[in-house]
Each structure stands twice: as C-alpha cells, then as structure tokens.
Ligand binder design. Structure first.
Ligand code: ZN
Length: 57
C-alpha cells in the first residue's frame, strides 16, 4: 500500500504524463481510503484547468 507522499507524487506525475496501469491501480486504491489525497488531486486538477484557460487567452 502506498503512503500519502507516494500518492501525491503520483498525482503530480499524472498531470505531466499518463500513469501506467499499475500506478493508476495503486493510486485509486489509496484515494479510496484517503480523503486528503482525494482533495489534493481535486486541487491539482483545478489548478491544471486554470493554467490551460490562462494559456488560451
Ligand atoms: Zn493519502
């Protein structure tokens, strides 16, 4: 089972490149159990959307 540090690293990695199937599986297992990391991923996704919208302007 991965810890929160590993999970948050994978979450940031997922912003740059697609995760492997094993990484996705491990991360989703962690996210099921950990509300903090779910929240972190939401924030990262919103941040990423914000950056994209900024570039389009
Ligand atoms: Zn966590």
């Amino acid at each position: 089972m991965m810890n929160c540090r590993q999970a948050s690293r994978l979450i940031s990695t997922a912003m740059d490149r697609p995760l492997s199937r094993a990484e996705q599986l491990q991360l989703s297992m962690h996210l099921l159990l950990c509300r903090n990391c779910r929240h972190f991923r939401q924030q990262m996704q919103q941040l990423r959307l914000g950056i994209r919208q900024g570039r389009q302007r």
